[in-house]
Design a protein around this ligand. Structure first.
Ligand SMILES: Cc1cc2nc3c(=O)[nH]c(=O)nc-3n(C[C@H](O)[C@H](O)[C@H](O)COP(=O)(O)OP(=O)(O)OC[C@H]3O[C@@H](n4cnc5c(N)ncnc54)[C@H](O)[C@@H]3O)c2cc1C
Length: 470
């Protein structure tokens, strides 16, 4: 066999690629990570303006698995974790034009004005509704409407789906996007029964369910995580846009890209593609045409993020809480907004409040494509109406993600099946990004962590492969 440069090339330096590369390196593989942009992190990025910390992408993530702290310990970041304020447990949903705190207990649920009495009584019917028949793929909207009723879909699930996927619940697949919900239904016969009877089992597991997990970030924002993991990797090369991967021999992939206008080539025993699906489709077009077709079919929702800082005195709402989500039924122009200076302490100077507002998504994709001043006008109008932010703001910043979040639409698992088939047919090729196994940062960490074990099973243990060209 002709020598390879490294054991594994990881293409894409978002949190998925970083976590995968770190796990592989920890297992003893010689790894090189190639990232198209000048810095690693992907959609994760933190900035400061006038002493206020704001995020370009995720503002926090959920502490769902011990693997997160394991990674933070390995890279020396545990001490920099920022825990949410007590107020952050309050989450609001907009109903009739006002943010209403969502209940956090059974007692609170009975008295909350977030749902009508009819919707609360409808929940009991869930106990008598049969589970989804095997092999049926339902949208989350159809599933929730059938099991919990239309109002629960409109005021709980629709805003939740907007908050995670910027998505349309009528198109998102239950088995692909909410496999735990489906498992609960299948195992216990219903969601309420599963909630009660499954409690003991969940207690035994080290994993924490997303609905009970706590959020966390870092003192200097989420970028601490990606910068920190990137620093611990032996070989990271930014500014390399990978164009294609081909297989030269059973255990040798040729990875070709471009850096500063010149061709860049690496050879490796394995390659982990950790770019968004649309980029991965181009990269593997010749190598795995079936997988490329499936990747190209994964749609993304666009998002415009608007950070808007106000003087505290200019905002009527207490802003105590995590933020608010907006149901589609309310016919407003934003998906939701985070009370960023309330979620975590020390995010800005005393007397300043920061809202991080999300607009666009599948609900209003045209808003995410508007000029900055038009998006800002829309967001400021909604903040004034919903939380009494009368302004004028101290400053605003617009961040645009034309292809922000992959949509786990109906048919998604069949598409992922085609990727897995390509992985089996081409041992050493692996896909690892947020279109597979969950979109949250914690899911990406968990999936990245699993790559080393999967690769060991496919190509065997790390081998001495010689040094990488400088
Ligand atoms: C606005 C927004 C808000 C979010 N909020 C939250 C939140 O609050 N909590 C949460 O848990 N999750 C949140 N998410 C989701 C989460 O942040 C993402 O799913 C996750 O960070 C994606 O990581 P990734 O590595 O899979 O992809 P990416 O971050 O997209 O990284 C892919 C990388 O591949 C690189 N790349 C692309 N093409 C090539 C190529 N040809 N060659 C080399 N490199 C290439 C890109 O430059 C990029 O760095 C949010 C996402 C967005 C966009």
């Amino acid at each position: 066999m002709t020598a390879t440069d490294v054991d594994v090339v990881v293409v894409g330096g978002g949190i998925s690629g970083l976590a995968a590369a770190f796990g592989l390196q920890k297992s003893g593989y010689a790894v090189e990570l190639l990232e198209a942009q000048p810095r690693v992190g992907g959609v994760i990025g933190s900035r400061r303006r006038d002493g206020v910390l704001y995020e370009l992408g995720p503002n926090s993530t959920l502490d769902t698995t011990p693997l997160i702290n394991e990674l933070l310990d390995d890279v020396g970041l545990r001490q920099q974790r920022a825990e949410p304020s007590a107020a952050a447990s309050i989450r609001y949903v907009v109903r009739d034009g006002k943010p209403i705190p969502l209940p956090t207990s059974a007692g609170g649920f009975l008295t909350t004005p977030a749902f009508t009495l009819g919707a609360k009584l409808r929940l009991f019917k869930e106990l008598f509704i049969a589970p989804t028949p095997p092999g049926v793929e339902e949208s989350i909207a159809a599933f929730v409407r059938r099991r919990l009723g239309a109002e629960f879909l409109d005021y709980a699930i629709d805003p939740f789906v907007a908050g995670i996927y910027a998505g349309d619940p009528e198109r998102i697949s239950v088995p692909a996007a909410f496999p735990r919900l489906l498992a609960l239904e299948q195992k216990y016969g219903g969601l309420i029964k599963g909630q009660i009877r499954g409690a003991r089992e969940r207690k035994k597991s080290k994993e924490v369910a997303k609905n009970t997990a706590k959020s966390f970030s870092f003192r200097d924002g989420m970028q601490t995580l990606t910068d920190g993991v990137g620093r611990k990797l032996d070989r990271v090369r930014c500014g390399v846009r990978v164009r294609r991967v081909e297989r030269e021999a059973p255990e040798r992939f040729r990875i070709e890209g471009e850096q500063d206008g010149a061709t860049f080539v690496r050879r490796a025993r394995a390659v982990v593609i950790a770019t968004p699906a649309y980029a991965a489709a181009d990269i593997v077009r010749d190598l795995a045409p079936g997988a490329a077709q499936a990747l190209a079919a994964i749609e993304y929702a666009p998002i415009a993020v608007v950070a808007a800082a106000f003087r505290r005195a200019d905002v009527v709402h207490s802003c105590e809480g995590f933020g608010f989500l907006v149901p589609r039924k309310e016919r407003r122009k934003v998906l939701g907004s985070l009370f960023s200076t309330s979620m975590f302490a020390h995010r800005g100077p005393e007397g300043t409040v920061l809202f991080t507002t999300f607009a666009g998504g599948r609900r209003d994709p045209e808003i995410a494509a508007m000029a900055d001043d038009a998006v800002v006008r829309i967001v400021l109008g909604e903040l004034e109406a919903l939380v009494g932010a009368a302004g004028p703001p101290l400053w605003t910043e617009v961040v645009r993600w034309p292809q922000a979040i992959p949509q786990y639409d109906l048919g998604h698992l069949a598409r992922i099946g085609r990727l897995e088939q390509a992985e089996r047919e081409l041992p050493g090729l692996l896909f690892c990004a947020n279109y597979k196994g969950g979109v949250s940062v914690s899911d990406c960490i968990k999936n990245g962590h699993g790559v080393a074990a999967t690769l060991a099973a496919r190509i065997g243990a790390p081998a001495a492969t010689g040094a990488v060209a400088a």
